[in-house]
Design a protein around this ligand. Structure first.
Ligand code: ANZ
Ligand code: ZN
Length: 823
């Protein structure tokens, strides 16, 4: 009976048993969620999937462990919301539609139907009444409603900008969607196009978005957000250009090293800078124009590359240094980005590597103003820029000061004369949200010649996406060709006007979907205030680390705006974040092109959802992912069978053993309960499962040896089923019923442990000589140093290795080891 070599088939027919329970749970409304004032809430959310058509093992890997954790929280006594939906707008639907001549809506809805059935097979606690489908008007209506709110607050605006253009997707991309200069979706190299686009003013929240102390998120993700926001403290220094006879008399630069101001030997403007044409002399114009053209073809990444030569063109004009009036030549250079700081850099070749390279290329003077050490003076030849700190030289009255101190003094001097002010620059740019594609939310704006951009009146929402658009990618929004969509009447002045034909970035949809789950079918508002404030914010969010910047940052921004609009009462969307790892096959990431994608369906059909769920949680730490290996499923099947057999044993046989002393087994049981509860709470499913498996062994062992009494046996059966319930909800429910329970195991609480029994009394103390293990002894955890030393020296094996050598030192690591150091 306890033969560990038990092999498949399962003791139960998974298809029958799982179907039976899924139907019953559904009928009993077991997973309907309602706000409830008595029970504390727990909102656990898995990033919603894109309805690509097939639920693959990667989805299971994201969803099954998250479901186990949500179930665990339920059993812990929380009122748990764990919803599911579909991120269903976006390019793949449109591309598939173009390729296969199916309407994106049809393609999307068919995929959703299919995926929902597959999702149901996981046996998760999703409350399907709360499902969200972003591409339906009942959802995107509220995107439009929010957009108008943003617009009215000045948080949505249309502007000309040089935007990232992907020629293969035929649309602009947000900065966040450009990876290493290429489109994150299709890898096509992105170039810049001047376009009139819609932006959301995320930069207004840059400072607050940096505050992440209270977020329980992986440090790595917080750091990525911080770097993306990229805050720099510096000074805006103005250089005089009044000699040139222009309307504008100063040129403003942003520097983080104002202490180097005496070392400026040139000033470089970004080629796109609006003053360039005015600062260029006629003789220099043609070279300058050529250079500007060449710059457009480069990506920002290329422009910032440290490998490439720093190039530029002289404009033929000069500005003067605010401190000493020195005349300084003006250049354009593509290493200066128009979108950062003021788009102008003061060139300090002695102390900035890029400036150094630039100066060498154009034979510009290199003037040292920070001494690397005392022996350096301005006559030294520099081969590299000294970017460290030091005393100022060659800097008039500031000479001799430490540079940190000089920075303060120089700033004060500039402020006094109005030639400079402290300033903070951020790397982050406003979020470009308009897309020239069909399958997205129409932007609810009407352009009127008299009234400008006018929002669509609220009672006319949603602006429906017309079904019959020609959605071929032409580079312009397909809605532009749709006359009856485009032509309308201005809501303000009643004159003919045109609708905005761009659609919203799908990251707009996902920036607030977690709020909609709290009240998904509300047709009067995006959500009811009581519902959203009762459930929100999300207590635990789980998903892939690839969303470190875009989605998570946008959602945080949205949440803060909605808080400021008094629509919600919290300012952070996701309190805790856990990133699962990836599951691989044959040592490689699964992908269609490699042909190594594992489909869960057949496995589920053959072995049931529980075996697949449990295996996924067992194959490695969830945040590290692991290798899918069919053979591994057998281990789970074998274990389930053993457990089944043990639970089904006729425990009446134990009646006679009422008084057996089974303290050893009780210890093992209580320790397991403690360990499993702690592990699952922290998403350590694999070690939790290992403990449950070893408890199974223990149960079998004590049964065979007769060292367990009836009460403890029953406790152990109850405990192991309860602990398994979040991970394998069907088999645990089936066995729960078979052991005589009439109500669902999923309405039970978790088993508790007795701390006196869960206490690890004995440990194995490792005995070493000069770091080499020589013996191991069992002892008590609380053994003292002197007791441990005594024990070590008494060991026969240790004595053999000690021979007659002198002991120099004895190191004791409590609870772990004794290391005897000999000469
Ligand atoms: C003079 C200087 C001297 C600088 C020196 C550095 C060292 P972070 O730290 O990233 O904020 N800079 C300013 N605007 C720029 C732009 N639009 N494109 C490219 N570079 C730009 O970098 C701030 C520094 O980057 C600024 O300080 C400026 O160069 C440059 F020894 O000013 B520094
Ligand atoms: Zn009008």
């Amino acid at each position: 009976m306890h033969d560990p070599r038990h092999q498949g088939p399962l003791r139960y027919d998974p298809s029958l048993v799982e179907k039976k329970w899924q139907t019953r749970w559904q009928q009993d409304g077991l997973y309907e969620t309602k706000v409830n004032s008595e029970t504390p809430k727990w909102y656990e959310l898995t990033m919603y999937p894109y309805p690509s058509g097939d639920l693959h093992i990667g989805h299971w890997y994201a969803m099954a462990p998250a479901d186990a954790h949500a179930r665990y929280k339920r059993m812990e006594g929380f009122n748990v919301l764990h919803p599911m939906g579909f991120d269903s707008f976006g390019l793949p639907a449109e591309n598939a539609a173009i390729k296969r001549q199916i309407h994106p809506h049809e393609w999307t809805m068919a995929n959703i139907e299919r995926m929902r059935v597959q999702l149901q097979s996981i046996g998760a606690i999703y409350d399907w009444d709360r499902q969200i489908v972003c591409s339906l008007p009942e959802y995107y209506k509220w995107n439009q409603w929010f957009f108008i709110k943003f617009f009215n607050e000045g948080l949505a605006y249309k502007a000309n900008a040089s935007a990232n253009w992907c020629s293969s997707c035929n649309t602009v991309l947000a900065n966040e969607q450009v990876l290493n200069g290429a489109c994150e979706r299709c890898d096509t190299v992105v170039y810049k196009r001047d376009l009139n686009q819609w932006f959301l003013r995320i930069t207004k929240y840059a400072e607050e978005l940096l505050i992440m102390d209270n977020l329980h998120w992986p440090e790595k993700i917080k750091l990525m957000q911080k770097n993306w926001i990229g805050r720099s403290e510096g000074v805006e220094v103005t250089f005089d250009i009044s000699d040139l006879g222009l309307d504008i008399t100063t040129l403003s630069t942003f520097t983080t090293r104002v202490d180097t101001l005496y070392g400026v030997t040139f000033v470089v403007l970004a080629p796109e800078h609006p003053l360039v044409e005015h600062l260029t002399t006629p003789e220099n114009k043609s070279l300058v124009d050529q250079y500007i053209d060449a710059t457009r073809k480069k990506t920002d990444i290329d422009r910032q590359s440290t490998e490439d030569k720093k190039t530029g063109v002289f404009l033929g004009t000069y500005c003067s240094n605010p401190l000493n009036g020195a005349s300084i030549p003006l250049f354009i250079g593509d290493y200066v980005l128009s979108s950062y700081g003021t788009g102008v850099v003061m060139g300090v070749p002695a102390h900035d590597q890029r400036d150094m390279e630039f100066a060498k290329t154009y034979s510009l003077p290199i003037k040292i103003v920070i001494a690397e050490n005392d022996s350096i003076d301005e006559t030294n030849e520099l081969n590299y820029a000294w970017t460290g700190s030091g005393k100022l030289i060659n800097s008039e009255q500031f000479t001799g000061m430490m540079n940190t101190e000089a920075a303060e003094s120089i700033t004060a001097a500039l402020e006094a004369t109005g030639q400079g002010s402290r300033s903070i620059s951020y790397r982050i740019r406003d979020w470009l949200v308009s897309r020239q594609r069909y399958w997205g939310t129409p932007i609810p704006i009407i352009h009127c010649d008299n009234c400008g951009a006018v929002p669509v009146p609220e009672n006319e929402l949603p602006v429906m996406l017309p079904e019959d658009a020609e959605f071929l990618p032409t580079g312009e929004s397909p809605l532009k060709q749709h006359a009856s969509f485009k032509n309308t009447i201005c809501p303000v002045c009643d004159n003919p006007a045109e609708r905005e034909t761009d659609t919203l970035d799908t990251f707009f949809d996902s920036s607030w979907y977690f709020l909609r789950y709290t009240d998904p079918s509300n047709s009067n508002a995006p959500f009811d205030l009581n519902q959203v404030n009762a459930w929100g914010p999300v207590d635990q969010y789980t998903g892939g680390a690839e969303h470190a910047v875009m989605h998570l940052l946008y959602a945080r921004f949205f949440t803060k705006v909605l808080r400021d609009l008094k629509l919600i009462q919290f300012g952070e969307p996701f309190i805790r974040l856990f990133n699962q790892g990836t599951i691989i096959a044959n040592q490689q990431k699964m992908s269609k092109s490699r042909g190594n994608v594992v489909s869960p369906d057949e496995y589920v059909e053959q072995y049931g959802a529980d075996v697949v769920r449990t295996y996924l949680m067992f194959l490695g730490p969830w945040d590290q992912g692991g290798e899918w290996n069919d053979g591994g499923l057998n281990g789970i099947i074998r274990w389930f069978n053993r457990l089944w057999d043990l639970v089904m044993l006729d425990h009446g046989n134990l009646q006679s053993k009422e008084f057996v002393d089974d303290i050893e087994f009780q210890r093992s049981l209580n320790k397991t309960i403690k360990k499993v509860r702690e592990d699952v709470a922290e998403f350590k499913f694999n070690t939790a499962l290992a403990s449950l498996m070893s408890l199974t062994n223990d149960m079998a062992h004590h049964w065979d040896k007769g060292t367990v009494n009836l009460t403890t046996w029953n406790d152990s059966v109850t405990a192991i089923l309860l602990l398994l319930a979040p991970i394998a909800p069907h088999i645990s429910e089936e066995l729960w019923e078979k052991t005589g329970h009439v109500t669902s195991i999923h309405t039970e609480g978790l088993p508790n442990w007795d701390s006196a029994l869960a206490y690890d009394e004995t440990i194995t103390l490792v005995l070493q000589i000069n770091g080499k293990v020589r013996d191991r002894v069992m002892t008590t955890v609380d053994i003292t140093q002197s007791e441990a030393e005594e024990l070590a020296l008494a060991s026969y094996r240790v004595q053999q290795h000690l021979e007659n050598r002198t002991i120099k030192n004895i190191i004791f690591v409590p609870g772990r080891l004794v290391n005897i150091v000999i000469s």
